[in-house]
Design a protein. Structure first.
Length: 248
């Protein structure tokens, strides 16, 4: 008994187009034809097609199937590379499932880089958005330092800074800046990599600067930015102070 192309495709769980493509690239031999010109496939064609489909389902590229079947010197290398790719894919999918589980458990974690999901409840929305923006530029070491820094308890002055309204009076801004500066200094001492975000960037200086500036101005109001400028000035003053005194 023989089968038509359509019947062969159905038996192998594939399509007419696929069978014809395998003929075109030489993976499947053309069968004999009946007197009326129709192709006549036998069980050897079916077994061959099923073998091809099995290798395709395992991820073997069509161009590599002859080498795998021949068990030549490339065969083992092809299969090992494929196995490594599958292992990497499984690891990626497992990571994706963990991230999805974190998001399902706490929707706020969607606003954070993957490794920061446990901090979702303790961070204000602006800070979560900043971290997500920074993840596009900072290297893994800098992001890890940020995560360690934010894992500790949040101070009263940090909470006051986050809650600062845009119309906060000048004396309030000055007071918060003076209280915040020593805390930032200590954080930089514990995590020196955070002193210079541009040096910790995976991008060029210009794009790094643009991300930092745009993120700060987008997610913080003018009072926040004023306090940050004051903190920066106080830290620079502390750095320059000993040198100035020595020169004096």
């Amino acid at each position: 008994m023989t089968w038509s192309t359509r019947q062969l495709a159905e038996l192998a769980g594939t399509t007419l187009k696929t069978v014809r493509h395998y003929h075109e690239i030489g993976l499947l031999d053309e069968p004999d034809r009946a007197a009326n010109g129709y192709k006549r496939y036998g069980v050897t064609h079916l077994v061959r097609l099923l073998r091809i489909r099995r290798l395709v389902d395992l991820g073997v590229p069509l161009s590599d199937i002859p080498s795998v079947e021949a068990a030549d010197e490339r065969s083992e290398e092809i299969l090992r590379v494929l196995d490594a790719e599958l292992a990497a894919s499984i690891a990626r999918q497992q990571r994706m499932r963990r991230e999805l589980a974190a998001i399902l458990d706490n929707r706020a974690s969607i606003d954070l880089p993957a490794d920061f999901t446990t901090l979702a409840d303790g961070l204000p929305e602006a800070q979560r958005s900043l971290l997500l923006a920074y993840s596009s530029i900072l290297n893994p070491s800098a992001m890890s330092a940020l995560r360690e820094q934010l894992s500790g308890p949040r101070s009263d002055v940090a909470a006051q800074f986050e809650a600062l309204p845009e119309d906060a009076p000048e004396e309030v801004r000055r007071h918060i800046a003076r209280r915040l500066a020593p805390e930032v200094r200590e954080q930089q001492k514990d995590h020196p990599i955070l002193r210079d975000l541009e040096a910790s960037s995976r991008r060029g200086a210009a794009i790094t600067q643009s991300v930092i500036v745009k993120a700060l101005t987008e997610f913080y109001n003018e009072a926040h930015l004023d306090v940050l400028r004051r903190v920066h000035a106080l830290l620079a003053e502390d750095d320059d102070g000993p040198a100035c005194r020595r020169e004096g």
